[in-house]
Design a protein around this ligand. Structure first.
Ligand code: GDP
Length: 202
């Protein structure tokens, strides 16, 4: 897929104010600092579409972008930031889950995992929750350029093993580097395929 157009549409904290669910939608989520903004910018080929975070956990809005006037890309706020109060975390959970659980045109939620780290409980818990609610999702390993090949493969396998403790089947996965532009075509082709299915089905 070639991205000819990428336009910011709206930022909000309210599902009711999101654009009408008349096009397929793909949302990106992960712990703060996982590389989400960089990935969105890399995918769209726009350097500043999503704001690279200055303060971890700063973006707390659901940001909608319209791509090629054909589908929505959604930048969701990061989770797991340390310096946030319990009430603020609960608020986050409420509005994110309201979006995830009810957004009828959400075709796939891309969950970003930092490939440098050991499996983190917060990521595994989040993923488990998606499974319970049967939300379609895929895993995107980020920052793959930061590791040697063997270490990268080991970390990914360790993460998969952790998932296999709860899952019988593993979700679709993508290995990416925004720095080296790795994984772009794979993700965009996947979205393209799902879009075709979405429009045919409608
Ligand atoms: P966000 O908080 O999830 O939106 O993360 P950002 O996109 O703001 O990235 C967090 C930090 O990781 C920034 O310093 C980025 O430059 C860096 N980063 C993001 N993606 C990559 C990548 O693919 N490779 C490398 N080496 N650094 C990355």
């Amino acid at each position: 897929m070639i991205i000819k157009q990428a336009d910011f549409v709206i930022s909000n904290t309210n599902l009711d104010k999101c654009p009408k669910p008349i096009m397929p939608e793909y949302a990106f989520i992960g712990r703060s600092n996982v590389g989400k903004s960089s990935l969105i910018n890399m995918l769209t080929g726009r350097k500043k579409l999503a704001k690279i975070s200055v303060k971890p956990g700063k973006t707390r809005l659901i940001n909608h972008f319209l791509i090629n006037k054909d589908w929505y890309l959604v930048d969701l706020p990061g989770y797991g930031f340390a310096k946030v109060s319990k009430t603020s975390k609960e608020k986050w959970q409420k509005f994110i889950y309201k979006y995830i659980d009810n957004r009828e045109n959400l075709v796939c939620l891309f969950v970003l995992i930092d490939s440098r780290h050991e499996p983190q409980k917060i990521d595994l818990d989040f993923i488990e929750n998606l499974g319970e609610k049967q939300i379609p999702f895929a895993i995107v390993y980020t920052k793959s350029d930061k590791l040697a090949k063997i270490k990268l493969a080991n970390n990914i396998q360790t993460f998969k093993n952790a998932m296999l403790e709860k899952w019988e089947e593993l979700p679709k996965e993508f290995i990416t580097s925004s720095e080296k532009v790795v994984g772009r075509d794979d993700i965009l082709n996947y979205i393209d395929k799902l879009n075709k299915f979405y429009y045919k089905k409608k």
